[in-house]
Design a protein around this ligand. Sequence first.
Ligand code: AMP
Length: 114
Amino acid sequence: MSETLFERIISRQIPADIVFENEELLAFRDINPQAPVHVLVIPKRVVARIGEAQSGDQELLGSLLLAAAQIARQLGLAESGYRLVINNGPDGGETVPHLHCHILGGRSLGWPPG
Ligand code: AMP
């Protein structure tokens, strides 16, 4: 299968504004931000989408959410609040087939999403 855009960001073939990295995860600013703070947290190991995650991905998914909360804290969003979003499939608005968790904050976010 051909590499996804996010795999090319992980391997530094495509530049990104990276805000966090460890052995299993990478986080970088969204190129088309929908809020003053808009960061994507991705696993380095490819899981196409949350709907395809397996029981063996349990630890990775836990790490992803804990890292998202930690990054949100580091970016100053703990007090004002923020939203974590995982889009899955066409109706979910998923455009890149590599699991990613959006961190959105820095403004009041409407609910429900349009
Ligand atoms: P989704 O629509 O949930 O699949 O989210 C994919 C996100 O990737 C969108 O918010 C895009 O703006 C973002 N995106 C696409 N290309 C890049 C890139 N080169 N660097 C950072 N973010 C990107």
